[in-house]
Design a protein around this ligand. Structure first.
Ligand SMILES: [Cu+2]
Length: 114
């Protein structure tokens, strides 16, 4: 009985994933994956707001909001990011990198490179 339920659930989940467009799939991967080099922009918040990586690591931001955002650091950053857009930046030098969104200065994030 439970096996049947699990089998049906798995099949439905598979069908749901197949029905998703690539942008939606990419978003769900970011949300569920606790990968250290990813930051989700959701609800006008960078999540996580503070992230620590090693020198040479690349961080990828994904905008999950309907509103457009940017990742704006001093001397580095993205252009306009619409929903589903991604921006990647490699941090080679140890240090602390504060950033914000050019459209919404209340959105703050910080990258620490060790
Ligand atoms: Cu913004």
């Amino acid at each position: 009985m439970i096996r049947t339920f699990v089998l049906i659930f798995t099949l439905l989940l598979g069908l749901a994933l197949l029905a998703c467009r690539p942008t939606q799939l990419a978003r769900s991967v970011i949300v569920t994956g606790a990968s250290p080099g990813t930051v989700e922009i959701s609800g006008f918040v960078f999540e996580p707001a503070e992230i620590t990586v090693k020198a040479g690591d690349t961080i990828t931001w994904t905008n999950g909001d309907a509103a457009a955002h940017t990742v704006a650091g001093k001397g580095w950053g993205s252009g306009n990011l619409n929903r589903g857009d991604k921006f990647s930046h490699r941090f080679d030098a140890v240090g602390a990198y504060d950033y914000t969104c050019a459209y919404h200065p209340g959105m703050k994030g910080k990258v620490t490179v060790k």
